[in-house]
Design a protein around this ligand. Structure first.
Ligand SMILES: Nc1ncnc2c1ncn2[C@@H]1O[C@H](COP(=O)(O)OP(=O)(O)O)[C@@H](O)[C@H]1O
Ligand SMILES: [Mg+2]
Length: 471
């Protein structure tokens, strides 16, 4: 064993003071010496009698660089694993340098334990993979609240691409449904380092709402300062829409039951009044009274009309369900509507699919539905020129009829109300507000549905669908 005098300075073994591990090999890969750090960390002690090789402390599959590369280079940066005496392995990173002393060659290894760094790196990688791949929408902002990251889940639910969002304030997703105070309260909360949890309504790029359950947590750096915020969402849009529909249909149902009950109760006395008025009219010769009786009669008729619509709705089961040709129904309804005096400037266009299969329904009731919808379309044109288009087609599971008008359209806020009983924008005597409500009830009773889309000042589209099954 040579005397490694180069390790000594006049101050002693300086290498022992280095925080890095230092190992010295001869050109047969024997470990000739180690500094104190290496001896402490790896538990290797160079013993002349029982030489240790560098391969003894490198796992099998990591040895290749020392075997293949080292002999041909003077200097090499490397990353590998070392085995400690207790059998555990550590990740190391370092540099090997060749040292020539006369004929002799030595390899000096300077090595740093990077196990902890590697673990953190891997943790980070795992973490960022989870964030990236989770279906939950996630956004990360810097301390000023500007978005620095959004995951694909967030892109999907918001309709914006990551490039469109990064560098922007999350405000661009606001629906306007929450007050200023709401958002300042959220900020007050998270700026103080607390986690905020709540439900929010946001707006997609296409303008539609999306609802999420949101958890915003401050991201705190090692000094306790807020470095940014993590917003983790759970998309509950579907659930909210179902909830809203349920509330709506429950409300309609309860109002409906109540209204139908009242209608039955009012029906009898009304018939009595009506016949009494007629009896007096027949016997009275007094002009003033007759005039007033006529007025009573017309008012009674108005009430009777409302009552009839309500009662109609409350007993659909007395009619017979049979295979029904929707095209024929549509034409029948159109014939009735075209008798009206308000239709002379309206063009009716029919686009009917002649191959339409029949559906199971009560024909008279369905005629009623289309009369209601067509009359509304006529009313929406207010006597102006316009086009009403009726289109029928078959989808995979249903028959669909759309009635499109170029009328005055419906305001977004009113869209939610038009199916409610007694909701009308027409003057008294013109509308009862029952047409759509009754129609909706009829269509629902055959397993179908009614949708509406509308742009104010441009027109509306009513879509009525009936399921094919059971026809
Ligand atoms: N095609 C349409 N265009 C514009 N508004 C419509 C249309 N259809 C329905 N509406 C609106 O919905 C309301 C309710 O309709 P409906 O239930 O049929 O009652 P009514 O026709 O007696 O008012 C109408 O008053 C009107 O404001
Ligand atoms: Mg109507």
């Amino acid at each position: 064993m040579p005397e490694l005098s180069f390790l000594f300075s006049q101050y002693g073994r300086v290498v022992d003071l280095l925080p890095e591990m230092v190992l010295i090999l001869d050109d047969e890969n024997r470990i000739l010496d180690t500094n104190k750090t290496a001896a402490d960390e790896l538990g290797v002690v160079a013993q002349p009698t029982r030489p240790k090789y560098i391969f003894d402390i490198i796992p099998e599959d990591e040895r290749i660089i020392f075997r293949r590369v080292l002999p041909f280079s003077d200097q090499l940066n490397f990353e590998t694993k070392f085995c400690k005496r207790d059998g555990s392995t550590i990740d190391v990173m370092g540099l090997v340098r060749l040292l020539r002393l006369g004929q002799a060659k030595y390899w000096i290894l300077f090595i740093r334990d990077v196990t902890e760094e590697k673990r953190k790196e891997l943790d980070l990688l795992r973490f960022s993979n989870v964030i990236h791949n989770t279906i939950n929408p996630i956004q990360i902002t810097d301390a000023d609240g500007m978005m620095v990251y959004v995951n694909p889940g967030f892109e999907k639910v918001s309709g914006y691409s990551s490039a469109e969002l990064i560098g922007k304030n999350p405000k661009i997703l606001r629906s306007g449904k929450h007050s200023k105070e709401f958002w300042s309260e959220v900020w007050r909360h998270i700026i103080s380092g607390k986690v905020w949890v709540g439900r929010v309504e946001n707006r997609r790029k296409d303008g539609n709402p999306f609802f999420t359950e949101l958890v915003i947590s401050p991201i705190v750096d090692s000094h306790g300062a807020i470095a940014g915020y993590l917003g983790a969402h759970r998309d509950i849009t579907e659930q909210i829409i179902l909830e809203q529909q349920l509330v709506r249909s429950q409300r309609m149902e309860s109002i409906g039951t109540l209204a139908a009950g009242i209608a039955h109760e009012v029906g009898n006395p009304l018939t009595a009044i009506s016949s009494l008025v007629q009896v007096i009219q027949r016997t009275s010769t007094d002009g003033f009274s007759n005039e007033k009786l006529e007025l009573i009669n017309s008012q009674v008729n108005r009430i009777a009309r409302i009552i009839r619509e309500l009662v109609d709705f409350s007993r659909p089961s007395t009619h017979v369900v049979k295979p029904t040709n929707i095209n024929r129904i549509v034409k029948e309804a159109l014939n009735i509507v075209q008798y009206g005096k308000k239709v002379k400037d309206i063009t009716f266009t029919l686009e009917l699919d002649e191959q339409l299969p029949e559906i199971a329904a009560v024909p008279d009731q369905i005629v009623q539905v289309f009369i209601n919808i067509l009359m509304n379309a006529v009313d929406s044109l207010d006597g102006r020129h316009g086009i009403i288009t009726v289109h029928s087609r078959k989808n995979e599971h249903e028959v669909e009829v759309t009635v499109r008008d170029t009328g005055k359209g419906i305001e977004p806020l009113a869209l939610e109300k038009i199916f409610e009983p007694f909701y009308t924008t027409k003057t008294t005597g013109q509308g009862t507000g029952l047409g759509l409500w009754v129609s909706y009830g009829i269509v629902k009773s055959f397993g179908g549905d009614v949708f509406v889309e509308s742009i104010p000042e441009q027109g509306s589209i009513f879509t009525v669908s009936f399921p094919l099954k059971g026809a």
